[in-house]
Ligand binder design. Structure first.
Ligand code: FDP
Length: 278
C-alpha cells in the first residue's frame, strides 16, 4: 500500500549514520518494536534506525533473547518500487540483569537465528537457526508463510558479480583487479542496490556481492551487526562464505553497535578468490 498511503518519501530527519530517514524506515522500525516488545521473549532490541539499543520496558516481562534488525534494507529503492527487505538476527543472553550494550557486541558466530524478509514478486522469509537455510513464501490469501525453498544451497561458484561499480575510482588496485577478473571470466553484472535483493538472487543462483572499502569510506558502507552478520550466517549455512577480505565476517568482534565493515559474500570459491586477490 506504500504508493497509496502516506508512507513514501523522507521524514526530513537524518539517522545515526547521517542518512536521510524515509517514512517507511520509521514506520517499519515502530511496527517491529510494537509487535515484539510485549512478547516476553526479548530483553532488548537494536535497530539500524536507532542510535541506542532499546531495553524492553520494565512494565513488560523481559525474556532471554536479544533482537538486532534493519527494518528496511534498500531504503533508496522504496520510492521507486524496487525490491527491498528486512534483516534480523537473534542472540541469547546468559543472565537476567538489565540489558547492556555489551549484550549486543558479540561475534556473529554467536547468533542463534538469522533471517530476512524480501518484498519482491512475492514476499519471502528466509532464515536459519544453524540447521540449514529455509525459505517460506507468503500466501496472502491465507496470511501464512509456506515452505517453498527447503534447505537452500548456494552453488560453489557463480556467474554473477554484484557491486556498485560507480565506486571503481575509489577502490584499491586489488579490488579493481578482482572485479576485472570476474568480467574477463565472463560473469554477468547484476546490482539492484538493495542488499537483501542482491544477496537473495546470488543465494539462489550463485554469485558474489561485494561492498568493499573505498577512498570515501575506509570501513565500507554496510553495517556489521544489522546487515553483514545475519547474511553471513545464512550464507555459511547454505555452503557459501562471507569475508571482510582478511577474516570471516562471523569472527569479527564488534566494538560498537553501528560499526561498518567491508563485505564480500556469496559463492565459496568466488569469495576465496577475493581473499586471495587482496
Ligand atoms: P540503502 O543505502 O538504499 O539503504 O545499507 C544500505 C544499502 O542500501 C544496501 O541495501 C545496499 O546494498 C547499499 O546500501 C547500496 O549502496 P550504494 O547506493 O552505495 O550502492
Amino acid at each position: 500500500m506504500a504508493g497509496l498511503v502516506e508512507t513514501m518519501g523522507l521524514t526530513g530527519r537524518t539517522n545515526v549514520h547521517g542518512e536521510q530517514v524515509q517514512r517507511l524506515d520509521e514506520f517499519a522500525n515502530t511496527t517491529i518494536i510494537q509487535a515484539l516488545d510485549h512478547t516476553g521473549l526479548l530483553a532488548a532490541m537494536a535497530s539500524e534506525e536507532m542510535e541506542d539499543f532499546y531495553p524492553i520496558p520494565e512494565r513488560h516481562t523481559r525474556g532471554p533473547y536479544i533482537l538486532v534488525f534493519d527494518p528496511v534494507d534498500g531504503s533508496s529503492n522504496i520510492d521507486v518500487n524496487v525490491s527491498i527487505g528486512t534483516i534480523f538476527s537473534v542472540y541469547r543472553r546468559d543472565d537476567d540483569s538489565p540489558p547492556r550494550v555489551e549484550d549486543f557486541l558479540r561475534p556473529g558466530r554467536e547468533q542463534l537465528c538469522a533471517g530476512y524478509l524480501i518484498y519482491g514478486s512475492s514476499t519471502m522469509l528466509v532464515y536459519t537457526t544453524g540447521q540449514g537455510v529455509h525459505g517460506f513464501t507468503l500466501d496472502p490469501t491465507i496470511g501464512e508463510f509456506l515452505l517453498s525453498h527447503e534447505n537452500i544451497r548456494i552453488p560453489d561458484r557463480g556467474a554473477i558479480y554484484s557491486v556498485n561499480e560507480g565506486n571503481y575510482g575509489g577502490w584499491s588496485d586489488a579490488v579493481r583487479r578482482y572485479v576485472d577478473s570476474r568480467k574477463s571470466a565472463g560473469y554477468s553484472a547484476r546490482y539492484i542496490g538493495s542488499l537483501v535483493s542482491d544477496f537473495h538472487r546470488n543465494l539462489l543462483k550463485g554469485g558474489v556481492f561485494l561492498y568493499p572499502a573505498d577512498r570515501k569510506s575506509s570501513e565500507g558502507k554496510l553495517r556489521l551487526m544489522y546487515e553483514a552478520n545475519p547474511l553471513a550466517l545464512i550464507v555459511e549455512q547454505a555452503g557459501g562464505r562471507a569475508s571482510n577480505g582478511s577474516e570471516s565476517i562471523l569472527d569479527i568482534q564488534p566494538r560498537q553497535l553501528h560499526e561498518r565493515t567491508p563485505l564480500v559474500i556469496g559463492s565459496r570459491l568466488d569469495v576465496d578468490d577475493f581473499d586471495a586477490a587482496l
